[in-house]
Design a binder for this molecule. Sequence first.
Ligand code: FES
Length: 121
Amino acid sequence: MIKSLEELKQIRDKYKDVLQNREAEENKIRILVGMATCGIAAGARDTINAIVEEVRNQNLDNAIVVQTGCMGFCYAEPTVEVRFPGQSPILYGKIDAEKGREIVRRHVKGGEVIREWVLRG
Ligand code: FES
């Protein structure tokens, strides 16, 4: 049981690294790849691998790739969502490995939304 403010402060200090990391992560661009069964069946594994590779190749330390579940767009899998901190997310559909790389280069790195692939956003 936490008894005092002093104790709270100790806990905060103890977990400082973790808390700061979380904060740092929240300031990053997130690239979400739908990895529900429908996504995987449509090739989402290739897509996510290509995206991770391209994030590395481009040295994008400010971006993280996250696997996510069902996004409700089975017909348009693989789906990829790009979230810049403080902006509304952009959801792309039918993203194969090649398109995934292009999203990393043009949108995540270059800030350009690729309108013709957008499902929502
Ligand atoms: S099961 Fe395919 S998007 Fe939900």
